[in-house]
Write a protein that binds this ligand. Structure first.
Ligand code: CDT
Length: 309
């Protein structure tokens, strides 16, 4: 029987002027709380270390290289790795990665209780746009500052549990979940930074945005019979609001823990990973029920091709 106390460390807004060290101090305070509650694996948000800078446009992208990490762990994050190792706690968190080859990725990692990076994932589904678009209420320039990830959705067995990573917009795409589901995933950890308003539609307010977030995570968890932890960086950041709504979801698709505020906040639940087996061996027994002969379009075609009139 594999039971584990899992946690999500929601992080309130990080302003432009905040240093990595200040952010890591907040992360460590939540890790201390998590340890007190017996958490064995803790999930932090997407781009945990910095403000969500893709809301800002700069002509010369290199001006934003200071938001990226060239190594991990590094001087600022080493104390976090050391604290987790001291607690025997695994964790995941997102940061912006600049490779030795000069490539920029929106990245997330799983760190084992021994302090080793056992899985690295680079965000696949980059939302937004690459150029300044004045018709938008705010910019979302992920396609300007990041390359689409080159890792794909791998999983790793960590602390006896099959774990996988997705980042923010990935949670809306069933393809992300199913690729991990096909590797037997039991815990999907997701970090997100989601603006509270659709930048092309004033009508899509925060309630609808939070509903779509929760719908996506609950459906992904249910359809692949896996636990999921989805954790926000949220609240006011540099004058922009991002919704909170961090949740832990069970393999039946039910929310079993939920954040109540918009600041730094810990959510905790007990996961019984044996519960993943029921769905995986019945309604979502892929071996028994999938019909891959009918799914070809999913990988052969990207956009929609409507039939002729
Ligand atoms: N960070 C991120 O991926 N945010 C997106 C916003 C979509 S609107 C351009 C999300 O899916 O939540």
């Amino acid at each position: 029987m594999t039971k584990m106390i899992i946690g999500g460390a929601q992080i309130g807004g990080i302003q432009k002027a905040e240093t990595r060290e200040e952010v890591v101090a907040r992360m460590m305070a939540l890790m201390d709380q998590a340890h007190e509650k017996g958490v064995e694996f803790l999930t932090y948000p997407e781009m945990t270390l910095t403000t969500f800078f893709p809301r800002f446009y700069v002509e010369d992208r290199a001006e934003f290289d200071h938001w990226f990490e060239t190594e991990m762990p590094n001087h600022a994050t080493a104390p976090l790795f050391a604290k987790a190792k001291g607690y025997g706690m695994g964790f995941s968190f997102g940061y912006c990665e600049l490779t030795p080859e000069g490539e920029h990725f929106n990245t997330s990692i799983i760190v084992s209780p021994e302090g080793e990076i056992v899985l690295k994932y680079r965000k696949t589904h980059l939302p937004g746009h690459a150029e300044y678009e004045p018709e938008r209420s705010h910019q979302h320039l992920e396609k300007r500052y990041f390359l689409a990830g080159d890792t794909g959705f791998n999983v790793v067995r960590n602390q006896g549990v099959i774990m996988g990573l997705a980042i923010c917009n990935d949670r809306r795409w069933p393809e992300s979940w199913r690729v991990m589901g096909l590797q037997g995933v039991q815990l999907v950890t997701i970090g997100y930074n989601t603006p509270s308003q659709n930048n092309l539609s004033k009508d899509e307010g925060i309630e609808r945005r939070v509903y779509h977030h929760e719908l996506s995570v609950c459906a992904g968890a249910y359809q692949n019979s896996t636990y999921a932890v989805a954790v926000a960086k949220c609240g006011m950041e540099d004058g922009n609001h991002m919704f909170a709504g961090s949740i832990i979801v069970d393999p039946d698709g039910f929310v079993i823990a939920r954040a109540t505020g918009e600041g730094d906040e810990l959510i905790v639940a007990e996961a019984d990973f044996d519960k993943c087996a029921f769905g995986k061996s019945t309604v979502f027994n892929f071996e028994a029920h999938r019909r891959t002969e009918h799914y070809g379009l999913i990988v052969s075609q990207t956009g929609v091709k409507e039939p002729a009139q």
